[in-house]
Design a binder for this molecule. Structure first.
Ligand code: LMR
Length: 351
């Protein structure tokens, strides 16, 4: 009996050995080093928070960026997008980014002027005439120079680039705005930028800084009479439902700074950083065209709304508005300007 059991054990061991050798389990060489293999266990997650609807230029750009980052890092980095201020809003998103409670945010450059005053150059009225000029400034060497201005401020954030929305126009509650005189006395919402406030003080309006997520309610309750924004924001946020008039002015531009927490960025392997930068560049080129198309479509939808009158300022009315806003340039040059960026931009935009 003992011999039988011993024989059985030896036979089973022999079978296991033969099968293991056939399957290459016993004599296999160690796997070659592959950071993808070793790294897979450390999935990197980026939480990206922003304050507008998904179906907007910024919302679409954020989703495109998330798609491209996952593609270019072969799934090692995943970007979770939180739209519509569902994670953080205008008031708390920047502080959250600095603390690392969120890895990326995409605020308008106007809202960043609280921390980077020199970016108010982008808020100057009637500075840009075409979207080609805006693209050249925001995605070229001038844009890089603006992003580099973050570094000495030691804000613990890094700028990856600029995205674009569109030209800004005006909406108002009870009276249409045909000339700049119609703005007199109106409580008009601005983003927190001294240059934007000066712009409306120059026409004797009453600028009030209100967060984007509270603006609809303030317009609905007539706490605020008017506001400036792009067609896509006016449509996607439903401002046409609580305002009766829109005036196509193209008096300024709305764009975004794509920001990442600096220590998180520095913790990433260089290879991953390069892949994220490649995703950023491809997204930026894609979204400039996407923004133009979305604003065109949303402008058409606004014009089709009942009880919402869309007026286009004539060339003469726009010229008078621009002339009335000249003191804003004096304010910028006297109180804000610290470098020659306005001169550099004027070389791009001067026909
Ligand atoms: C605004 O506050 O009007 C804009 O910043 C909204 C946006 O596009 O982020």
């Amino acid at each position: 009996m003992k011999k039988f059991i011993l024989g059985t054990i030896i036979t089973v061991l022999l079978l296991i050995t033969v099968i293991s050798v056939q399957q290459g389990l016993l004599l296999a060489k160690p796997l070659p080093y592959d950071d993808e293999q070793t790294g897979l266990s450390t999935q990197i997650t980026i939480h990206l928070s922003h304050v507008v609807a998904e179906n907007t230029p910024k919302g679409q750009a954020a989703n495109k960026f998330a798609e491209l980052v996952e593609e270019k890092t072969a799934g090692k980095v995943k970007v979770h997008v939180y739209a519509n201020a569902s994670l953080f809003n205008d008031e708390n998103e920047f502080r959250a980014l600095q603390k690392g409670d969120v890895e990326m945010i995409v605020p308008t450059f106007s809202k960043m002027t609280t921390y980077v005053p020199s970016w108010q150059v982008l808020d100057l009225p009637y500075l840009f005439h075409t979207e080609e000029q805006i693209h050249e400034v925001l995605t070229g060497t001038i844009g890089e120079q603006l992003l580099a201005e973050l570094e000495p401020l030691r804000l613990r954030v890094k700028g990856l680039g600029f995205w674009y929305n569109g030209f800004k126009h005006l909406t108002s509650a009870d009276q249409p705005i045909h000339t700049f005189e119609d703005l007199q006395g109106l409580r008009i919402r601005t983003m927190p930028s001294r240059t934007l406030e000066k712009q409306f003080e120059a026409v004797n309006a009453k600028p009030t800084s209100v967060s984007f997520s509270e603006l609809f309610t303030d317009l609905e309750t007539h706490t605020i009479d008017a506001q400036e924004n792009t067609a896509s924001n006016i449509y996607s946020k439903g401002f046409y439902k609580v305002q009766k008039h829109m005036t196509i002015t193209q008096h300024g531009i709305l764009g975004y700074a794509v920001l990442i927490n600096e220590s998180f960025w520095n913790s990433l392997p260089e290879k991953i950083q390069k892949q994220i930068i490649a995703a950023m560049k491809e997204t930026t080129e894609w979204q400039f065209e996407q923004a133009r198309s979305m604003n065109d479509q949303d402008m058409q939808k606004l014009m089709q709304q009942d009880h919402f009158n869309v007026y286009t300022m004539s060339k003469q009315e726009r010229l008078r508005f621009k002339e009335q806003l000249t003191p804003v340039y004096d304010f910028y040059k006297t109180h804000i300007q610290t470098n020659d960026i306005l001169t550099e931009i004027e070389k791009v935009v001067t026909p």
